[in-house]
Ligand binder design. Structure first.
Ligand code: GRG
Length: 258
């Protein structure tokens, strides 16, 4: 668990949680248990995604994948334990006036469960080597990737006792930035090296995977990523300049190199 969790990921999801909390007038210390919980869920999904029966990858976060070092059995259990640990850590969050602990648990299970992360992964497996349409690819990206980024900002808002309107604003921001994130990830897979990425580059093409660049080309993919990022900025308008950290992370994501 430590090997994969502390390998040095970008920590985008926990930063989004804290940024969303601050945009809603909350503090990083109150948001921290939920921020750590989403990073545990994210790391679990990476460990399982890299397994031979899933995406079958040898390299992640700049080091050999969990199953390459500890064997497949231990890697499966590592993922299971990280997912479970996420709930233990989330349970340490202080409840806010508007959101009960049950609301928080429901938010996490809705994201990590069969309707989102798992649905995305199932659709991804079923799509292997098939020609997908853009809406079909978008279905996978929204569930496999965007849902957890949206959940990250929503949990931050909930930790700060956000209003229903603020939660709606954060959800719109998360949806745009989450999809932009995966489009950019598709672009980086074809434009960067394994060393730059810290994970195997060029993999999507070799596996004949449907990606934005494969379907609409590199230039159009860049345009779509920029449009989605612009929409994420526009979504933040109701915060009237109080969501500076969220704006900064959206800007960083568009320019990121790994
Ligand atoms: C396999 C049962 C089972 C569950 C996991 C959701 C899921 C299923 C797997 C998704 C894993 C995955 C590779 C999703 C794509 C999102 C993505 C590009 C992740 C990489 O995120 P970064 O770049 O990684 O934020 P770091 O290492 O920086 O945290």
């Amino acid at each position: 668990m430590r090997y994969s969790l502390f390998a040095g990921g970008k920590r985008i999801r926990p930063i989004l949680t804290i940024g969303a909390a601050e945009a809603c007038g909350g503090s990083s210390s109150t948001a921290l248990p939920l921020a750590c919980a989403v990073e545990c869920i994210h790391t679990y999904s990476l460990v399982h995604d890299d397994l031979p029966s899933m995406d079958n990858d040898d390299f992640r976060r700049g080091q050999p994948t969990s199953h390459r070092v500890f064997g497949e059995g231990i890697a499966i259990l590592t993922g299971d334990a990280l997912l479970t640990q996420a709930f233990e850590i989330a349970a340490q969050a202080r409840r806010s006036a508007r959101y009960s602990n049950a609301d928080i648990i429901r938010e996490i299970t809705n994201t990590a469960g069969s309707l989102n992360l798992i649905a995305g992964q199932v659709a991804d497996i079923e799509a292997s080597s098939k020609n997908l349409t853009l809406p079909q690819l978008r279905y996978i990206h929204e569930r496999k990737t965007s849902a957890l980024l949206t959940c990250s900002v929503r949990l931050g808002g909930m930790s700060a006792n956000c209003t229903a309107n603020q939660l709606k604003t954060l959800t719109a921001f998360g949806n745009y930035v989450g999809l932009a994130f995966q489009v950019i990830d598709d672009i980086l897979d074809v434009t960067r090296t394994t060393k730059q990425l810290g994970k195997t580059a060029g993999k999507d093409k070799r596996a004949s995977k449907a990606t934005y660049p494969a379907i609409v080309g590199l230039e159009k993919s860049r345009k779509i990523a920029k449009q989605l990022t612009d929409k994420s900025f526009a979504a933040l308008k109701p915060f009237k300049g109080k969501a500076k950290a969220l704006e900064a992370i959206a800007r960083y994501l568009l320019k990121r190199e790994n």
